[in-house]
Design a protein around this ligand. Structure first.
Ligand SMILES: CC(C)(COP(=O)(O)OP(=O)(O)OC[C@H]1O[C@@H](n2cnc3c(N)ncnc32)[C@H](O)[C@@H]1OP(=O)(O)O)[C@@H](O)C(=O)NCCC(=O)NCCS
Length: 147
């Protein structure tokens, strides 16, 4: 891995750094992070699954957000700062998240990633993941009253 880079569990206080990273990661708005309050609840409900990578100055240069509904695992926001890519950090973050899911006996994981993300595709498809072409994701906005 990149010299001096270390992985640690994500904390709610990493929110700002992760938000900046996700904004710069791929298309900005498509990678919007939950609010800091939601992140705090998410991390409390899903221990040992979400990680950050930090450089020698303890600056966050990579992150992955991961949780489970007790049946399947869901990964979001796997991002590594461009200057730190291709040094194995993305693979390590992915491995830590998967390890967290395995601790809880989760056997199937899904990644929700914006389309047209070639580096992510290369990372995943070369490591046993497959594209979920057999499903379509439907999205409902619950802030709008149901009809
Ligand atoms: C996908 C991503 C996380 C990979 O991070 P990374 O630290 O560069 O990944 P790694 O160094 O661990 O690479 C692992 C493997 O992925 C593949 N890979 C990743 N990027 C690649 C590229 N540009 N070209 C070819 N292969 C690539 C390779 O197989 C690589 O292994 P290798 O270096 O031994 O050949 C990073 O490119 C990224 O952050 N992209 C933007 C992600 C994003 O927008 N996420 C959504 C946010 S909501």
């Amino acid at each position: 891995m990149a010299k001096g880079v270390q992985l640690r569990l994500m904390a709610a206080s990493d929110w700002e750094a992760c938000r900046a990273l996700c904004g710069a990661g791929f298309g900005g708005a498509q990678c919007e992070l939950p609010s800091q309050d939601v992140l705090k609840r998410f991390l409390a409900r899903n221990p040992f699954m979400s990680w950050v990578a930090c450089d020698e100055a303890a600056r966050v240069v990579g992150c992955v957000l991961c949780g489970t509904d007790a049946w399947r695992g869901y990964l979001y926001h796997l991002v590594v700062e461009s200057a730190f890519r291709r040094r194995g950090i993305g693979e390590l973050l992915l491995g830590r998240a998967m390890g967290g899911l395995q601790k809880f006996g989760i056997q199937k994981a899904l990644i929700l990633s914006p389309r047209g993300n070639p580096d992510m595709e290369l990372l995943l498809l070369e490591r046993g993941w497959r594209r979920g072409d057999d499903v379509t994701v439907y999205v409902a906005d619950l802030s709008v009253p149901a009809t």
